[in-house]
Design a protein around this ligand. Sequence first.
Ligand SMILES: O=C(O)[C@H](O)COP(=O)(O)O
Length: 228
Amino acid sequence: MPRLILVRHGQSQWNLENRFTGWWDVDLTAQGEAEARAAGALLAAKGVLPTVAFTSLQTRAIKTLHLALEAAGRLWIPETKDWRLNERHYGGLTGLDKAETAAQHGDEQVKIWRRSFDIPPPVLEPGGAFDLAADPRYAGIAIPSTESLKDTIARVLPYYESAIAPQLAAGETVVVAAHGNSLRALVKHLSGISDADITGLEIPTGQPIVYELDAALNATERYYLSER
Ligand SMILES: O=C(O)[C@H](O)COP(=O)(O)O
């Protein structure tokens, strides 16, 4: 039966610095690299070996995938990168310190920006330090100016259905290395979690989550591989 492995990237430099990141392309820390290697070693140890891989256009997810696949002896499998698996765009909060923003706007407001289902953060004004319009990886893509989780789901799920689900239906063991909120979108869909309850689901860095799926790609089980 098909298996889907979800891995959030290892600790990034801005996870460490507690800054809103979104689409900004920060690298892994040494700890993040170690988490990615450990995720791959766990896949190998448990014999859960991916045959097809998907990731975002962001360095922290791509490197996590590569370090994990290397540790699992699977660097050779086919891999697809797509912007639809990017982190939720953090709009005008990009680059700000999460604690300083909470001190300025209040914990409640920051919680709404971070975890509400459909209220997006303020937009990123064009032309600033975090404007990605000139980034060649996004040529031809309508880069969002901000995204709620609902907006993120609206681009992750069609991509899952059109690109990832067919691989699963063909019997592949698929690994998706992505981000807290793009993975939250997939977990919400696969586990049938409500709009209200998804806000309470946190996805840790570098911990493979395995979905066992039936032939119709309905989830029969979801578990952290470290707990098996
Ligand atoms: O984009 C970010 O800052 C993080 O990757 C996820 O942030 P969050 O926990 O605030 O959703």
